[in-house]
Design a protein around this ligand. Structure first.
Ligand code: CA
Length: 225
């Protein structure tokens, strides 16, 4: 049974969305505040997908999304907003939202996005295992291996590698990596991200003919098989 949580304070919209999803066979719960959402979602198992409104009475969807991701909860998140600003969309995706829908929307559109996200979620991080080429990363046991070899990583290195692998093929800027792996603001001139990438390369790519971590000149880094 696929379970979906709707986080939306506008009752009319919440009920409209719920009806559309129940009609296609999903089990749906609704909460109206960010606090209630965070109380309900303690792990990856209870819900298969979250539909998250950006404007909530006690908080905003960006913060909720950020807190879920920093607690290592990787349930796909579809964000809803009345705004159509491109910077909101980028921000939402940068902090770990998976897709974005602007109000007003047709219910068919929402259902289609939900289907797509569930399909993607199921195939991508099944059992907490992420693979890129011959690197295998286990989100739960924090083990990383390449080919037959187990690789020892520090917490920071693991966090950066996990972020890159989840976004395989996508260029991640230094500031995106920073925001993801550090809770505090780094000194603007700091090259700490480059230092960590160098460490990761040494452990992941050194001695392998096929290098997986790539530099995108002037932009950032990506990992690709
Ligand atoms: Ca709202």
């Amino acid at each position: 049974m696929v379970r979906i949580l709707i986080v939306e304070d506008e009752t009319k919209i919440a009920i409209f969305v719920k009806k559309g999803l129940v009609d296609v066979g999903y089990k749906v719960d609704i909460v109206g505040t960010g606090e209630d959402a965070l109380d309900l979602i303690n792990d990856d198992k209870k819900y298969n997908l979250i539909i998250l409104d950006l404007m909530l009475p006690d908080s905003n969807g960006f913060d909720i999304c950020k807190r879920l991701r920093s607690n290592n909860i990787q349930i796909p998140i579809l964000m809803l907003t009345a705004k159509n600003a491109i910077e909101d969309k980028i921000k939402g995706l940068e902090i770990g939202g998976d897709d974005y829908l602007t109000k007003p929307f047709a219910i068919e559109e929402l259902v289609a996005r939900v289907h797509a996200l569930l399909r993607r979620g199921a195939s991508r991080f099944d059992n907490g295992i992420i693979k890129v080429g011959d690197i295998v990363l286990d989100i739960h046991s924090h083990e990383v291996s390449r080919g037959e070899k187990l690789i020892e990583l520090s917490q920071k290195e693991f966090s950066i590698l996990e972020y890159m692998m989840k976004n395989e093929g996508m260029v991640l800027t230094r500031s995106m990596i920073e925001d993801h792996a550090w809770d505090y603001e780094l000194d603007g001139f700091s090259n700490v991200v480059d230092v960590y990438i160098r460490l990761l390369r040494k452990k992941i790519d050194e001695g392998h003919k096929h290098k997986l971590i790539k530099t995108v000149r002037g932009v950032g880094y990506k990992i690709k098989a």
